[in-house]
Design a protein around this ligand. Structure first.
Ligand code: ADP
Length: 255
């Protein structure tokens, strides 16, 4: 066989390519692992209510006809668990669509105006004190209006679920960024959970969050949307004191 002589520059180039290639493979592998984890988490979350539904249907079949109390109890449980599954599936579809639609419908938008609408709507629905603060009006920024609304709804929904006092939303301009804050004075989040709070399906206290109808997907959807806008989202929280979510959004996405 003929011996191929490779020049030093070519060899360096090849080595460089190998490094890049290995790096790409690592990232692909990481992505595949994340996806596998996601599918397994999602299946687990759906399996739990399904198991309850199955066992209650069985109970209903065996003892339901003779015992009215068992019948009613089983029907209520089946209904509640099916509702949970439905909500879970809707949120999962929501997440898939947020991640699929990488393209944003960017338009110059007045954040004060759109946040005012949402604050008013939720105030009426939940009968809670929601306050909107802003340092000027309008606060114009290039965003996908629907998606930004979705972010605020997710954050307010959490604040409403995990607190009973007033909730404050703040929108301010700071140099090239708009800062959005959603603050509640509720139960807060333990320190050890804070680092995981944006992970899909992560819930501080499954029992507590199940009772309030949480899926553990809200914050991860909010983070995906904020990152699509080249922004950042942080969370500060103190147990029994409250929680504040802070978002930094670049005023122009081309920044
Ligand atoms: P969920 O649908 O369960 O609310 P999220 O991803 O929105 O899912 O939130 C993840 C977890 O973070 C919640 O289950 C809850 O334990 C905690 N959490 C989020 N926001 C707050 C808040 N404002 N106050 C206290 N805990 C919160």
């Amino acid at each position: 066989p003929k011996k191929v002589l490779i020049q030093t520059e070519t060899r360096d180039e090849l080595q460089g390519m190998t490094v890049t290639f290995n790096h790409m493979i690592d990232r692909l592998r990481e992505n595949i692992e994340k996806q596998n984890q996601f599918v397994s988490d999602a299946s687990h979350e759906l399996k739990t209510p399904l198991t309850v539904i199955r066992s209650y249907s069985n109970l209903l079949r065996r003892r339901g006809i003779k015992n009215e109390e068992i019948t009613l109890d089983a029907i209520d449980t089946i209904y509640a668990e099916a509702t949970k599954m439905q909500k879970m599936i809707e949120t999962l579809l929501d997440l898939a669509s947020v991640e699929k639609e990488q393209t944003l419908d960017m338009k110059q938008t007045d954040l004060v105006l759109i946040f005012e609408q949402i604050v008013k709507q939720l105030q009426q629905v939940y009968k809670r004190e929601l306050v909107l603060h802003y340092d000027q009006t309008p606060i114009m920024i290039e965003v996908d209006e629907l998606k930004m609304k979705q972010v605020l709804i997710i954050l307010l929904d959490n604040a409403i679920k995990y607190s009973t006092d007033k909730i404050e939303v703040t929108v301010e301009k700071e140099q090239e960024d708009v800062i959005i804050k959603v603050k509640d004075y509720g139960i807060g989040i333990p320190k050890e959970d804070l680092a995981h709070i944006f992970e899909r399906f992560y819930r501080v206290d499954k029992a507590r969050s199940r009772a309030t109808g949480g899926t553990g997907l809200g914050l991860s959807i909010a983070q995906t949307i904020v990152r699509q806008h080249k922004g950042e989202i942080f969370i500060k929280s103190e147990e029994e004191q409250g929680t504040e979510v802070v978002i930094h959004l670049p005023i122009s996405s081309t920044n």
